[in-house]
Write a protein that binds this ligand. Structure first.
Ligand SMILES: [Zn+2]
Length: 516
């Protein structure tokens, strides 16, 4: 039986404009999914959009269309095109306006109610419509400018609204001890460590019950036993991870796909590692495999966001550097799990040193030499021992890094092959060996070593740069689809024994940053 690997992005809030912060999450999740597919795991990648709530209802009205038309338009013009642009190979795309989602949410709520975890109660709180979340006093900061003298949401810098509602509540407060036990028993459930500590600390302070319905607007999924209420948008959105894979309606499919691993930004780790597992416990579901909270992308020291004018559209970067370089840069330059700073200068420098000069130049030199000295036939001899063991070691390191969600380390292991081969060529100087008939065997071994290493690197880089890796793979004599190669056996690949030609993979770029 192949291992199951179900992996999810958050579902994106449809009103947002897709920026490189979303793209970062999508690419990372895609790389993990592609890696697991290349292991032969039973892999399934889910992404989608979060489409209900008051803010969407308000913006739809402001644009003079129905909420459904509004979200349809955003999905079609922004969110699906972003996935296509970034070459994301998701297996499914769920919208919270899908019928399958609405059905699953109602089934889940009925089960929670039957189990005694839902009650009707009164609540007054400070609500941020931007966050779609009640705020505690700790979440508020003094306002500035036009909001001077008021308390505002720390994320949105806008005043919160005092909301008094008679709502349905989820007994979240009953799950504190079980959640703490979960974090202790499964130390790898929440990662990385600093996010786990933050979540643990939050639960230790004690949990309040969670208001899970609203009756002041109607853009949402109706509570099954009281149609004057719609389900709180966050509570409902989290359920996409199960409603997409047959929860309540297709048990066989559900058992095959669940539990899942969630890749989220650290700012929403609390929802995924506190509220969501409590919901799973209440409904008697197996708990998610992992919640990984990655860092933020910073531009000029600030978290990327449209409202703060630091939003960069992925297209601005891909139009200059290409999609694969975009994917490579964000996966390699930032330790996955830490915050990372984006700058055009850093992107430009890494593109030229690592991709254009490092990888692209290596491949074109080696291929040219095999043509020149061996008529395009790769010498049928073993690679040098030290190169072979370096490659085998890199494959193992990359693969275990993926199990720790250390995508940057996996890329680093792959690129260590490239770096070593560049040094090795300089040391071995095949152009000197070629002038001496007595050195024919050495020349053969050096060329075979290079081709062997490049082919293995192409396999390891395929989840990150699918298109460039395919070209590289084919050029060194790899057969078929590089993404179909068993990644754990990348060091043992066998090709046709002939090189072809490699198109320029990473052309030099004169002006990196687009004029604005
Ligand atoms: Zn807010």
């Amino acid at each position: 039986m192949p291992e199951r690997f179900t992996v999810t992005t958050p579902i994106y809030y449809v009103n947002d404009v897709p920026h490189i912060g979303h793209a970062y999450n999508e690419v990372a999740t895609d790389v993990l999914a592609r890696w697991h597919r290349m292991r032969g795991d039973d892999t399934w990648m889910l992404t989608g959009t979060d489409e209900h709530g008051q803010k969407i209802m308000r913006t739809a009205a402001a644009n003079g269309v129905s909420p459904q038309d509004w979200t349809d338009r955003l999905v079609e013009t922004a969110w699906i095109p972003q996935l296509e642009l970034l070459n994301i190979a998701n297996d499914d795309f769920i919208r919270t306006t899908d019928e399958r989602h609405k059905i699953g949410v109602r089934i889940f709520l009925e089960r929670l109610k039957e189990a005694g975890y839902i009650y009707h109660g009164e609540f007054e709180g400070q609500y941020c419509v931007g966050c779609e979340e009640y705020k505690t006093p700790n979440d508020l900061v003094p306002g500035t400018g036009e909001f001077e003298g008021q308390l505002v949401c720390a994320i949105h810098s806008r005043p919160v609204e005092t909301v008094r509602e008679a709502n349905y509540f989820f007994k979240l407060s009953e799950f504190g001890d079980r959640l703490l036990a979960l974090y202790d028993e499964r130390p790898d459930y929440v990662q990385p460590e600093h996010v786990r500590n933050e979540v643990r600390q939050f639960v230790k302070q004690g949990l309040n019950d969670l208001s899970i319905s609203r009756n002041t607007f109607d853009w949402g999924i109706k509570v099954p036993w009281d149609e004057t209420h719609v389900v709180y948008v966050w509570f409902e959105a989290l359920l996409n991870y199960i409603t997409a894979n047959g929860y309540g309606v297709d048990d066989e499919r559900f058992e095959r796909r669940w539990p899942a691993t969630h890749i989220v930004g650290k700012d929403i780790a609390r929802f995924h590692a506190v509220i969501w597992p409590a919901m799973q416990m209440a409904a008697g579901l197996p708990i998610s495999d992992h919640v990984f909270g990655h860092g933020w992308l910073l531009v000029g020291g600030e978290k990327m966001s449209k409202s703060k004018a630091t939003g960069i559209e992925p297209r601005q970067i891909t139009e200059v550097f290409g999609v694969d370089a975009f994917r490579y840069y964000f996966m390699s330059a930032i330790a996955f799990g830490s915050d990372g700073s984006f700058s055009w200068e850093d992107l430009d420098a890494r593109y030229h040193s690592e991709l254009a000069n490092g990888l692209g130049n290596l491949a074109s030199r080696v291929i040219a030499m095999v043509h020149k000295y061996c008529d395009g036939v790769v010498p049928a001899v073993d690679a040098d021992d030290d190169i072979q063991s370096l490659v085998t070691d890199a494959v193992g390191r990359a693969d275990t890094a993926i199990d720790r969600f250390a995508i940057d380390e996996a890329v680093d292991a792959a690129m260590s092959i490239v770096e070593r081969l560049n040094g090795y060529i300089t040391e071995q100087a095949p152009w000197v060996l070629a002038k001496d008939d007595a050195q024919r065997d050495r020349l053969a071994a050096v060329l075979a070593s290079n081709v062997h290493g490049i082919g293995a690197a192409a396999i390891l880089l395929a989840p990150v740069m699918p298109e460039s890796a395919q070209k590289l793979w084919a050029a060194v004599g790899g057969e078929g689809d590089v993404l179909a190669q068993p990644i754990r056996e990348a060091h043992a690949w066998q090709g046709t024994g002939r090189v072809s030609t490699v198109p320029p993979l990473f052309p030099r770029i004169e002006q990196a940053q687009p004029a604005t």
